[in-house]
Every structure is written in structure tokens, then in C-alpha cells.
Write a protein that binds this ligand. Sequence first.
Ligand code: GTP
Ligand code: MG
Length: 205
Amino acid sequence: MKPLAAEFVTSATAPSHFPPGDLPEIAFAGRSNVGKSSLLNALLGKKNLARVSQTPGRTRLVNFFRVGGGEKKSAVCIFVDLPGYGYAKVSKVAQEQWGPMIEGYLSSRSVLRGVVLLTDVRRGEQEEANLVRWVHARGLGVVAVATKLDKLSRGQRAQGCRDLETFLGVPVIGCSAETGEGMEAVWKAVRDVLSRPRGSSRLTV
Ligand code: GTP
Ligand code: MG
């Protein structure tokens, strides 16, 4: 995929530190270590714009990235890399701060159009199903993505995505940040979410 112009804007923990909301935003959410930062990088054709780590809990702040508009070089949207939830090894205090930080962002940001919700294709737990409903109830678009497809054999991939679709109750796009599989489909869904008016109840993939 052709690299896109993109740059880090800022990191924040609270709405008072969020940058001015002058572009439509889409956020990457999901369990710790599921591959949020990796997917964001892969979509933009960058290696390490968002910090990736084998150690869960790498992303600890709400990180904003301005995404350019190709040839014209004008920014078109903001990608927001969120900290992951559900990592037991971070301190209780940190865990208690993360929930409100993520929820604070998702519920207060008026330019937010939707959420790319990542689930490991080999997993999928109640939190993901709850998050789909929570995000949808707020009139935001949901792009449900099954990550790390390369960890399954070819034959298991389609079944893995179907099982996840049944579990989450929404269409699921399978992808791998490692191989680039599924990136076009994720981009298409992201573009749809960014261009739809907030509050429309349509689910997007
Ligand atoms: P936190 O910021 O800690 O919440 O994690 P994250 O969801 O941002 O995950 P990150 O992108 O940092 O990736 C976590 C680990 O998974 C890293 O070791 C990545 O290299 C690996 N990873 C991410 N995507 C893929 C993928 O599609 N395939 C494989 N095999 N590994 C992946
Ligand atoms: Mg991360």
C-alpha cells in the first residue's frame, strides 16, 4: 500500500488536553497487545509512527495522528491510537485510570465518527461484544476487525472471522498488519465511517 502523509499531533489523558477538533476522527480500540498501533501504522504504510511493542500496555495515552490527503498534502482526518484494556499486569491504579480515559475520549469527542474495534481472530470475549454495543449506541460507526490473521492457517481464517461475526453480531473484516492482508477492506470501511454523519445507525464494514 502506498504510504500516506501522516504525523503525530499530540498525546493526551484528559479532554482538556485533546487537540482542536477540526477534522473527523476515527479511533482504534481493543484489548492490550491486539495490534491497534500496528494496524494504524500498516494502514498508513509507516513502520513505527505509533509505538508498537511485544509488551502489552505499550500505548498509555490517547495519541492523535494527522492523516494527509495524498497529492494535495492537506490533512483529511485524525487517527486516534487508544491504550488497550484488559492487561492484568499494569497496576490497579493505572487500570482504574485507563477506563475513564478511554471512555472519556469516546463519549466526549464531538468530531469522533467511529471506532475500529480490534479483536484477535483467535479470541473474542464479552468485552468486545459490549464495546460494539456501547459504541453503536452512541451513534458512532463500528469497523470490527479480526487481527493477526497470519497466525491461523488459510483454511482457519474464514471460519475464525465467521465465528467472530456470530459472536459480535456485526460483520468482521479479517486482517494482518504483518502481511498487509485485509488493509484495502479496512480502509474502505474507515472511509465510509469518516464520511457518514454521526448518529446514523448503519453499521459499516
Ligand atoms: P497496546 O498499545 O499495548 O494496547 O498494544 P497494541 O494493541 O497497540 O498492539 P501492538 O500494535 O503494539 O502489537 C502488539 C504485538 O503484536 C507486537 O509484538 C506486534 O508486532 C504484534 N502484532 C500486531 N499485529 C500483528 C499481526 O497482524 N500479526 C502478527 N503476527 N503479529 C502482530
Ligand atoms: Mg498500542
